[in-house]
Design a protein around this ligand. Structure first.
Ligand SMILES: Nc1ncnc2c1ncn2[C@@H]1O[C@H](COP(=O)(O)OP(=O)(O)OP(=O)(O)O)[C@@H](O)[C@H]1O
Length: 327
């Protein structure tokens, strides 16, 4: 059973809903400004996704939060402490799941967890921990013989062995089959229910949409959008797409044809051959179906599609000057 955390700072008992507070963070590497004035906060009991294309500055930001890189300027508080000065005491309160942790293939699951547990003063009990990541029946199996999904769950167990208040998950479901991904999502959602703060990076937008309470999209070291996945999808006048297939030889009337924007990403995607982009889906759908009925056409594959988080992400990261802040 998961332990539910009180939303309090462990050291002084004061309320501390924010697990991470970052204000005007900068990091330069010579001429490169990898992080150029980033501000955000992460609450306890929330999954916060940090997204951005290659080179956006995600790794630099996360390693500053983890205490493994120094910043050039700005203020950072992680669990109430400056990570540059937190040392081992802070690191014991943080769990990190890397994309490829270097584990000893010859050790069993139990031996691997016990090895990591020996680094903590008060580690989690083995049965409870293996239960949380659904690995109880693999405890005596060597790492070498674990499936990809089991290996990722062991990585997660190792990050949780010190009972962290804050967990960093880097691409937690890369390489997993669809069923294993769904199980991993359930485990990650369980971490949130237990009151932990979770910082997630992922290239799977369906995963982010499913798990994240809030998203920060970075490009060129800056935030280009923050907000819930739903707020980002609905934001800034993004049109709805009405998708369908036209019968062979049929031609749309001019007032509907003018809504065809084949170059626009939201219109081009989807299974149907034709997409109309509109901010007035009710009116346009009424007009379209009225026209089709009058012509005696069946509009196969008719659907009304909101932009996906992936559409929004691609649009934002291709236009880094466009700054949006959702709720
Ligand atoms: N140690 C370093 N020395 C010099 N430049 C660096 C160093 N680390 C990162 N950079 C540069 O800083 C920028 C941001 O890199 P960073 O690794 O933080 O981005 P990222 O968003 O994590 O990218 P990716 O998704 O590819 O891992 C890039 O231009 C990168 O080349």
């Amino acid at each position: 059973m998961l332990r539910r955390r009180a939303v309090h700072d462990r050291r002084d008992g004061a309320p501390a809903a924010a697990a991470i507070v970052v204000e005007d963070l900068h990091r330069r590497y010579g001429d490169v400004e990898a992080v150029a004035g980033l501000s955000f906060s992460v609450r306890r009991g929330e999954i916060f996704a940090l997204l951005g294309p290659n080179g956006a500055g995600k790794t630099t930001t996360i390693e500053i939060l983890e205490g493994y890189r120094r910043r050039s300027a700005g203020t950072v508080r992680v669990l109430g402490t400056d990570p540059e000065r937190g040392g081992r005491a802070l690191r014991e309160r943080i769990g990190i799941v890397l994309q490829a942790a270097g584990l000893d293939d010859e050790l069993t699951v139990r031996e691997t967890v016990e090895l990591y547990a020996s680094c903590y003063a008060t580690p989690r009990a083995l049965p409870e921990l293996l239960g949380e990541v659904d690995l109880e029946d693999r405890r005596d199996r060597r790492v070498l013989h674990l499936s990809g999904g089991e290996r990722r769950r062991l990585d997660l167990a190792l990050a949780l062995v010190g009972d962290p208040e804050l967990v960093f998950l880097d691409e937690p479901t890369t390489g997993l089959d669809p069923a294993a991904r769904r199980r991993a999502w359930g485990t990650i959602a369980g971490l949130r229910r237990a009151g932990r703060a979770i910082v997630l990076t992922s290239h799977y937008m369906d995963e982010v949409q499913q798990l994240a309470d809030r998203v920060l999209v970075m490009a060129r070291g800056r935030a280009v959008a923050t907000g819930s996945p739903a707020a980002l999808r609905a934001g800034r006048g993004r049109p709805t797409t009405i998708a369908f297939q036209l019968p062979d030889g049929a031609t749309l009337p001019p007032d509907l044809a003018m809504l065809l924007r084949p170059g626009a990403r939201a219109c081009a995607e989807g299974e149907a051959a034709i997409g109309l982009c509109t901010d007035e889906p009710t009116r346009v759908l009424h007009r379209l179906t009225g026209w089709a009925l009058a012509q005696g056409f069946e509009l196969r594959g008719l659907s009304v599609v909101e932009p996906s988080l992936e559409d929004v992400y691609l649009e934002l990261t291709e236009e880094p000057e466009a700054v949006l802040h959702g709720s």
